[in-house]
Design a protein around this ligand. Structure first.
Ligand SMILES: [Zn+2]
Length: 126
């Protein structure tokens, strides 16, 4: 008898509990939740996030693409002027860097190893 009463009150409690409105889960704040990084980013951070979405890299933050260094596939060196100093580590385990000026125009060769480098114009994003 006691078990039946206990079961009945438990079922009644479960039914009345289900009838009450379920509170929707929110992300914390009542007015729409905590803003995401994209929603609250401003300035330079916003520009970087927008650029990353389009796949561009205006601030050269990603690892540079690798080139063969041959005449047909020279290393592309971005520059905002018509020349730039380039340092070539000719062999992977070299401790010395060969520095030379790279000028606008045809691809130039490293004076030590002969790898080809070509200057390409680069626009600063701002
Ligand atoms: Zn070299």
């Amino acid at each position: 008898m006691a078990a039946r009463l206990l079961l009945r009150s438990a079922v009644r409690a479960a039914v009345t509990r289900r009838a009450s409105p379920v509170v929707a889960l929110s992300r914390g704040m009542a007015a729409g939740g905590i803003p995401t990084d994209e929603e609250q980013a401003t300035g330079l951070e916003k520009k970087i996030m927008d650029a990353m979405k389009t796949g561009s890299d205006p601030f050269s933050m990603l690892k540079p693409k690798e080139y063969a260094g041959s005449k047909s596939d020279p290393h592309l060196v971005p520059s905002i002027t018509n020349k730039r100093i380039v340092g070539c580590v000719c062999e992977e385990d070299n401790t010395a860097v060969v520095w030379f000026w790279l000028h606008e125009g045809e691809a130039q060769r490293c004076p030590s190893c002969g790898s080809h480098y070509k200057l390409v114009p680069h626009e600063l994003p701002h």
